[in-house]
Design a protein around this ligand. Sequence first.
Ligand code: UDX
Length: 460
Amino acid sequence: MENLGGKYNGAMQQRAGRRVVLFPVPLEGHISPMLQLANILYSRGFCITIIHTCFNSPNYSKHTNFTFHSIPDGLLESEASTADIIAFLALLNANCATPFRDCLAKLLSDSSEEPVACMITDAIWHFTQAVADSFKLPRIVLRTSNVSSFLAFGSLLLMQEKGYLPIQESRLEAPWTDHPPLKFKDIPVINTRNPEVFYRVLSDMLKETKVSSGIIWNSLEDLEQSELISFGQDFPIPVFPIGPLHRYFPASSSSLLTQDQSCLSWLNTQARRSVLYASFGSLAAFDGSQFAEIAWGLANSKQPFLWVVRPGLVRGSEWLEALPTGFLEAINGRGHIVTWAPQQEVLAHPATGGFWSHNGWNSTLESICEGVPMICLPNCGDQLVNARYVSHVWKIGIHLENRLERGEIEKAIRRLLLGTEGREMRDRIMDLKEKVHLSLRHGGSSYQALDSLISHISSF
Ligand code: UDX
């Protein structure tokens, strides 16, 4: 781990006279990068205030250097569910506007606090731009995923406006010529009860990002150079690709769920690079028959595996009830199943040979940073774009893009862990890992972008 942020010390006291207010979206894949950013800014001498919703409230005791303010999110018990993520995010944006404004007003009028230089809010919190404007406070956006998927979201909206969506079934394999090498089937749609709400959330996110005082990417120039250029043509705002955020400090546990440390002692008993780690992030869900195919694919591959089965991963099941009969006998102790893993440590473990992932951006970046090649099973949204980049641009993963079927899964696992193809992917991802490592060192692209960000905030 890099520990590049350094530690706050007295020499930085001058800058510590300024405060930055951060507002994360309360989801695992969003809150962790925001807290990592907060740590980085604190290490550069800024005081940190985090405004957060009651839903998925962060654990204060893990971040004793920050000041926290909780705001009511107005969610009824029946609404506090991420099953329809778009409906959930739209509701949060509506419910939080007034409480956020009130909280900020109090903070800004409190003369015992350091003056606020700016606020940094997740791109999804589109309402915060109007609040920032009304207080004449600069707002910088944090986009926790990558540039390519953001651009794809923009094109998706244009296609919707022109009436090109949905794409006919027969054209799904055709290239999406606006975004090579994406195919039409990689258009980052997210299923929701009311698609109009999806397009509105997207459109508001893009519109309010365009008029913000800058954007921080949890990505880096060495990975997305041409995408950053394209972004700059449409969004004339300062850009800070300072990622990967999780590499600045040793693996921190900002995870909202409790990580089962037994994974690491189990991995200690396994041979080098022999284990497939399978985990599909904090939101993806499968139905019972898909879950059974995954289970049999893992079992029939005859390779050791560490599998994260999050409560909620199988629709309608509490936890492992949906495991097919005969599965545990078939694996004969070759697998270890947990509800949540210390993912970064698992990926860094010498026994881990491959990562079967849904390609959430955090998981994808973490895998690149540890040099672990992937099997891609994207679920929705940006994951579809990330998976295509992993398999067809960086060529560091096998895309399971046809059928979720046990035979296909078994073949992919064996190709990745035992075949020449898997070794070549490992070589390529090790090169990428090195590039990322260098980008964070003195003079590297992320290092320089962070310096620019610090100057930018200091200039307010
Ligand atoms: C969501 C979206 O799905 C994703 O596409 C988007 O880029 C960010 O928001 P999520 O699905 O949870 O996030 O995936 P991902 O971005 O990969 O984030 C998951 C995080 O949970 C990772 O940081 C990972 O390290 C952590 N994790 C996952 C654990 O700590 N333990 C686990 O067992 C699994």
